[in-house]
Design a protein around this ligand. Sequence first.
Ligand code: ADP
Length: 571
Amino acid sequence: MVDIEDAGRALKRYFGYESFRPGQGDLVKAILGGQDCLGVMPTGAGKSICYQIPATLLDGLTIVISPLVSLMKDQVDGLEDAGIQASFVNSTQDMDEQALALAQAAQGRSKILYVAPERLDAPRFRDFAQRVRISLLAVDEAHCVSQWGQDFRPSYLGIGDFIRSLPQRPTVAAFTATATEKVRRDIVYMLGLNDPYVAVTGFDRPNLFFDVIKLETKHKNSWVARYARKHQDESGIVYCATRKETEALADDLTKVGISAVSYHAGMDAQDRERAQRDFVNDKVQVVVATNAFGMGIDKSNVRYVIHHNMPESIEAYYQEAGRAGRDGEPARCSLLWNESDIVTRRRLLDMDSGNDRLTGDQAEAVRAEHRRLLNVMIGYCRTTGCLHQYMLRYFGEEMAQAAAGPSPAAADKGESAQVGRSGAGSEEGEEGSGQDGCRNCSNCLSTFETIDVSDVARAISRCVHDVNQGFGSGKITQILRGSRSQDLLRRGLDRCPSYGALSSVPEARIRDVLNQMASDGYLNITEGRLPMVHFGPKAAQTVAPDFHYEIKRTERRGVAVAVDDQDTGRV
Ligand code: ADP
């Protein structure tokens, strides 16, 4: 029987590495011991080694199911170079090549065989799988099996059946970089994993400085320009929500002498390739991109990633922000956001007609899950706790040395409320004097002042009740402010008991509190064709007499931001 020491020797022999990274060793050990497992690790953390090393040591064949057909040849070439016999069967090959690959694997001349999930339905492959001893089945990008995730692939649904059809059940190891609880549970269920060993590792990126800045939309471009100018010698990525925004911002940056290009899926392939090449070769300093940019781009010296808008989920954010500082040197990830980003995100989500394979109820359930993910993202923007910790807790991994801070779950409970965050910072390198924590995020270098907004929150609840949960956040705010808008008067909303109840409270504050109540579960806001504010699952608590609701204002000290969001200069 092979053990972890044999695995360590194989790691050195084939790949030249001295030791396993955290998490890898335990996953390899579980697989060698015949236990199913689920490895949740970010891209680049080293998932492949976790099944490739056992594959070299186990008697039979290891089948790797991967949706990335275009990468299979490179993966197999890499393994062959390392001295591991491997092959693949996919649609890029003709029938003879496919037959040859299967024959080699059947004769034991390949230890690892890569296939796409669609292959599992092919009669020839099914027949092959009945005849061959399969020791390990590794499922890469396993989150594709879940309808809760954004990358659901119907072909992944057949994997469970395929495993059940085998004469001898192999050990099954699933890997993903996606971490939501629901998706994980789905993976275990859909693949039929047996009491799996679950490892979540490698999410901490201590060299990244995380920074959240609330900034009005009209000031965002000038903020980015000033940052890029101040960091002329550094490579940076700026993520925007739309193609139009990437082009406008790249133009603005170019006009003030910064070497910048835009990148989005609407550009033709040649221009995209050129933009990517120039950025990777340091011919261009800044790439202003939509989320189409990044997959498979290997550039280790990206010194900053700026998000011009709030992303749809922590996963999306962490993946994009994580492209900074791959070389392990300090890098900065700044997120610029404001309340209108939230409205835009909610609108996109509520308008999304979803996947045609889902029934109306299923589609609504998926939308509700996406709303939850968005709320966790909003919680990140508002939390006053350590930003590193917030994300690690979300991914299910605690940071060893950091002080306790609010977790994403706590954000759900309204424990990490914050509004009125000012992005004003001081010069780089200054020492901060805020609360304890990682000392490498803007929150740990800030102090916060708490504002009691119970009255505003109560008035909002009352107003939502007065209008029978029948209007959107815009109307609720107008009613509370006592607006004389024609539409409001025509609908008779000036007769509503809460009309004018918050006439002395600024509109921005009402919106802040409203959005905060939504991310904390007191309200549920939809922004689709019929915008609507409903009571959320925790609404009952808001009518309790002792209901006390606080939001926090930040006073930043010593945050290493060299630019100031109060600046109104336009680029
Ligand atoms: P993932 O599949 O999680 O995206 P990969 O398996 O492609 O990541 O690994 C990312 C990189 O890390 C590869 O270059 C790989 O060779 C390297 N790597 C993996 N494990 C180790 C290790 N134990 N020691 C050193 N480098 C490693």
